[in-house]
Write a new protein. Structure first.
Ligand code: GLN
Length: 504
């Protein structure tokens, strides 16, 4: 019998429904896999008892022919989602052992539909980063290794560049899915944090349209950009998960009151008659030839499947990254003001209230978070507000308009690379110059700035044997086209075999 952790989420669902396997054995297999993979540091908190209790309940329901669409499926939850009675830290020291008394809307919908929680997944501190190296729990080690590398992970060996990063900020989510430590995971994306780690790990990640998933109970980074979404092993699996995660929530005023389509039904729809745009501004000088070639191949696959490929222009693309790194830190500095040591999380006592704030924040926040707070406070300050923040917001409007014009011309989706490179080594990027790390987001931030949906689908391996992803960007609230076109890419590329369990 095959290892139950090798099943896709869709296959596991069907096997459970047909009672060929039980939720208990499926969960046990995952709990054991998680235990063996501690060296990857993907989970920051494991909840095996809760998982097994949930699985037993699911088995009882399945035996009666009942159960929701995710009944008995074990998932991992990014530690940015508040989970009632289960420690939630955003991987920051400042949240200490904060244990929410409420459940995020997205996760409560997963439990409503029968899913089982294996634990909380590592991420960059407050989701700020592209490599999962800013986490207070330490970096996540990617299950992928460069070809010919026989590096063996040893906890805390600290060899720079020896291990690869899984991407970030949802690094734990992507690594856990690729290493078969869960059937799917929740993630969040403010500038690329679902799509970039998915691309680095050969998994599928979709950032839905802003407003599709409720942000209620998700630790805020930059509220006008943050969106929750799934990472899983196949396009179909992400479609199944998104259907449960999405939906209107009166507790989030930016959540949109639209019916949630049956995303899975769109998966086999194909791309016949669709118009796919290739934005010429995304042809950056310096993008590796392998990625250019992959992009061209992706366009060919879609053309072979009946789509029309057209060149399009998104002229304000080059301003997206600098504008994002003004808007996101500005909102972050405001959102993070609440961590003062008074209401929740860690507290460092001081001589007076100001001393308490200072001590708590100096000790509780990591370097990258402090950098963002300083940038954000600076661009919002009286003398610089118009020069930086207001201008960045104007650029954001222009970026949004670029996309609207392309879609108004009849284009159904846009195809780009997901990242400018494959995964890099732990400690290899950004330590001397943080901007080097920010450049990772060059293909993804525009989509958040415009509030549009974007999916990253594995499309091949580079010369070192590492996964590369292609991104499809859709019209607002048209995730269905992304699932349809994403499946065409997945079929043409062939499913990328996941790395062998060298860590176990
Ligand atoms: N890498 C980007 C940043 O650091 C995006 C992170 C995210 O999407 N959460 O801001």
């Amino acid at each position: 019998m095959t290892d139950l952790t090798d099943l896709t989420l869709a296959d596991a669902r069907d096997a459970l429904k047909a009672r060929r396997i039980s939720a208990t054995e499926l969960t046990q297999a995952h709990v054991a896999a998680v235990e063996r993979a501690s060296v990857l540091n993907a989970y920051v908190l494991e909840t095996p008892e809760r998982a097994l209790e949930g699985a037993a309940l699911s088995d009882a329901k399945l035996a009666r022919g009942e159960g929701g669409p995710l009944e008995g499926l074990p998932l991992g939850i990014k530690d940015l989602f508040c989970t009632k009675g289960v420690r939630t830290t955003a991987c920051s020291r400042i949240l200490g052992d904060f244990t929410p008394t409420y459940e995020s809307t997205v996760t409560s919908q997963l439990w409503r539909d029968g899913a089982v929680m294996l634990g909380k997944l590592n991420n960059d501190e407050f989701a700020m980063g592209s490599s999962n190296e800013t986490s207070a729990f330490g970096p996540v080690v990617s299950p992928w290794r460069r070809q010919g590398s026989n590096v063996h992970a040893q906890a805390g060996d600290g060899v720079v560049g020896a291990h690869l990063v899984p991407g970030g900020s949802s690094g734990g989510s992507a690594a856990a899915v690729a290493a078969r430590l869960c059937l799917g995971a929740t993630a969040t994306d403010t500038g690329g944090s679902i799509r970039q780690p998915a691309a680095f790990t050969g998994t599928v990640g979709i950032k839905p349209t802003y407003g599709r998933c409720s942000r209620w109970g998700v630790v805020a980074f930059a509220s006008s950009l943050d969106q929750a979404g799934p990472i899983a092993r196949t396009v179909r699996d992400t479609a199944i998960l998104l259907r449960s995660m999405a939906g209107h929530d009166p507790k989030d005023t930016t959540s949109v009151d639209l019916a949630v389509p049956d995303f899975e039904a769109a998966v086999g729809r194909g791309v016949k008659g669709l118009k796919i745009g290739i934005p010429k501004e995304y042809r950056l000088g310096g993008t590796p030839a392998e990625i250019e070639a992959l992009w061209a191949r992706g366009a060919e696959w879609l053309r072979d499947a009946g789509a029309e490929i057209v060149e399009v222009s998104l002229p304000h693309t080059k301003y997206a990254l600098p504008a994002y790194y003004i808007v996101a830190p500005a909102e972050a500095s405001s959102n993070l003001a609440r961590y003062d040591g008074v209401r929740y999380g860690a507290r460092v006592p001081g001589r007076d209230v100001a001393g308490l704030y200072e001590g708590t924040r100096a000790d509780g926040f990591g370097r990258e978070v402090k950098r963002r707070i300083m940038i954000g406070t600076y661009v919002l300050s009286a003398g610089y507000y118009d020069a930086y923040y207001v201008r960045a917001q104007k650029i954001r409007t222009l970026i949004k308009r670029d996309f609207e014009e392309v879609y108004a011309s009849g284009v159904d989706a846009i195809l780009t690379p997901a990242t400018p490179s494959a995964a890099f080594g732990v400690g290899e990027k950004g330590s001397a110059d943080p901007v080097e790390m920010y450049l990772n987001d060059v293909f993804t931030v525009t989509v958040n700035m415009a509030g549009l949906p974007g999916i990253s689908v594995p499309a091949g391996l580079d010369a070192q044997g590492l996964p590369l992803g292609l991104q499809l960007v859709g019209r607002a609230f048209d995730e269905e086209t992304l699932f349809a076109a994403g499946q065409v890419i997945e079929d043409a590329a062939g499913r990328i075999p996941m790395p062998g369990a060298w860590w176990a």
